[in-house]
Design a protein around this ligand. Structure first.
Ligand code: HEC
Length: 94
């Protein structure tokens, strides 16, 4: 029984870790794919470290109103990703 609990705990921890890294990867992929449709990601790059989360939320909302293809969940991923990224970070900045 103890062993089963142990296996469940390890499995759950792995699942949580996997979903974390997946969220990061998704935010990154969404930015490089969707935010380069109208302008280069250079424009996004210039704002890294300048905008806080609220400012990125406002920007991403404006981009969506212009036609950026991101659903509500994807917008959250992009906002979280951009607001934690250090200035000059690849692949947003080349
Ligand atoms: C449908 C076309 C389109 C897409 C897709 C798009 N943008 Fe933009 N973006 C624009 C236009 C047009 C401007 C210049 C006018 C303006 O700033 O409103 C701009 C300007 C910007 C600026 C500079 C102005 C500011 O507020 O700092 C940033 C940063 C930016 N976009 C980020 C993004 C991000 C992040 C994404 C992906 C979520 C994205 N854009 C996707 C059209 C787009």
């Amino acid at each position: 029984m103890k062993r089963l609990v142990c296996i469940v705990v390890v499995f759950y921890a792995a699942l949580v870790l996997a979903s974390f890294s997946l969220a990061g990867a998704e935010g990154k992929d969404l930015v490089t794919e969707r935010c380069s449709a109208c302008h280069s990601t250079e424009r996004v790059c210039r704002n890294l470290g300048q905008k806080d989360k609220a400012a990125w939320a406002a920007t991403v909302g404006r981009m969506v109103s212009k036609g950026a293809a991101l659903d509500a969940n994807q917008q959250t991923l992009v906002i979280d990703y951009l607001s934690t990224l250090a200035p000059g970070s690849a692949p947003v900045c080349k």
